[in-house]
Design a binder for this molecule. Structure first.
Ligand SMILES: O=C(O)CCC(=O)C(=O)O
Ligand SMILES: [Fe+2]
Length: 313
């Protein structure tokens, strides 16, 4: 008792009108992002311009999708590795239901999904998913810029950012069967470069600290949780730690959450600028498609770090 460290995930406030690269608030945000990613593998951003209307419209789209008949939801929507489609009734995570929309920052990607799920169209859904994905893509861009700046490799921004492909996911968790709560989603790291999550009212997301404590990340209509994924851990040559997280559902309510995940294309290398005496090279080049297949098939599940089991030196 009393010996556990007090943890506080950094919160970056984007509401300042003067917030842009180079401004004082930008420099402060870069420091907070660096601390959050290196210490916790995550941080929060708060953005009031993300209005309650946008929040409600995207979770309205979630309810719309999960309300479809099961045979409709189960249809295959993509052949791309890493675009895990629909999951429900899994024996290991029975409360969890999810679906992914591959390439959701393009109308083509959203329409492909829509044509399968709603052949007669669903304009409200189309608009909500596409505009949410575009907004959150702008956060991915900003954070990638900050990460490059923090490590003195601003010149690499384009080469990193251009490799991103975005998958949007909806999550739904049934209420727990017991008063103590239940695991909604088991502890894991994401394969992504960065994942950005947005929760709806019911709490549940927890992240694991370096000293093995689970801490809650509370929902808020204008806040987003930024998690470092395995690809960022590799690219940064272990400066950033991929965030271990899970979902614990405690309230007697259905929980919804959404996220935009970046996967890459081709092969990710540690930039030579990030290798020195203090930071010897930790990873062989990582083929993103192969790594995603390995992770989806459950490879490296027993290892302390799945990505180290795959391409660590
Ligand atoms: O439901 C959530 O908030 C998190 C989901 C998640 O971590 C994942 O699917 O990778
Ligand atoms: Fe995750």
């Amino acid at each position: 008792m009393g010996s556990e460290a007090e943890h506080k995930i950094p919160v970056i406030n984007l509401n300042d009108e003067s917030f842009k690269p180079g401004s004082d608030s930008w420099v402060l945000a870069c420091k907070q992002a660096r601390y959050g990613l290196e210490e916790y593998g995550c941080f929060e951003i708060v953005y009031d311009k993300f209005s309650p209307e946008l929040h409600n419209s995207i979770f309205g789209a979630a309810e719309d999708f999960f309300g479809l008949p099961k045979e409709t939801k189960m249809q295959k929507t993509s052949d791309t590795p890493g675009s895990i489609g629909y999951i429900a009734d899994s024996p290991t995570v029975p409360l969890y239901e999810t679906v992914g929309i591959y390439n959701a920052t393009t109308l083509q990607g959203v329409d492909h999904f829509l044509n399968i799920m709603w052949p007669a169209g669903n304009n409200t859904f189309r608009e909500s998913v596409h505009s949410f994905s575009k907004r959150v893509q702008a956060f991915h861009e900003m954070i990638t810029r900050m990460v490059c700046e923090n490590y003195g490799v601003e010149g690499l921004f384009n080469s990193v950012f251009e490799t991103f492909i975005y998958s949007f996911r909806f999550f739904k968790y049934k209420p727990p069967q017991t008063k103590e709560g239940e695991v909604g989603l088991t502890a894991h790291t994401d394969t992504s470069f960065i994942s950005i999550l947005h929760q709806h009212q019911v709490e549940g997301l927890q992240i694991k600290t370096k000293d093995d404590q689970w801490i809650d990340v509370k929902p808020n209509p204008s806040s987003f949780v930024v998690l470092a994924g395995d690809i960022l851990q590799v690219w940064s040559n272990d400066r950033v730690r991929s965030c271990e997280h899970r979902v614990m559902v405690k309230e007697d309510k259905v929980r919804y959450s959404i996220g935009l995940f970046t996967t890459g294309q081709g092969v990710i290398h540690v930039p030579e600028e990030l290798v020195d005496d203090e930071h010897p090279l930790q990873y062989k080049p990582l083929d993103v498609a192969e790594y995603t297949r390995f992770a989806v098939a459950g490879g490296g599940a027993e290892a302390a770090s799945r990505v180290k089991a795959f391409c660590g030196i």
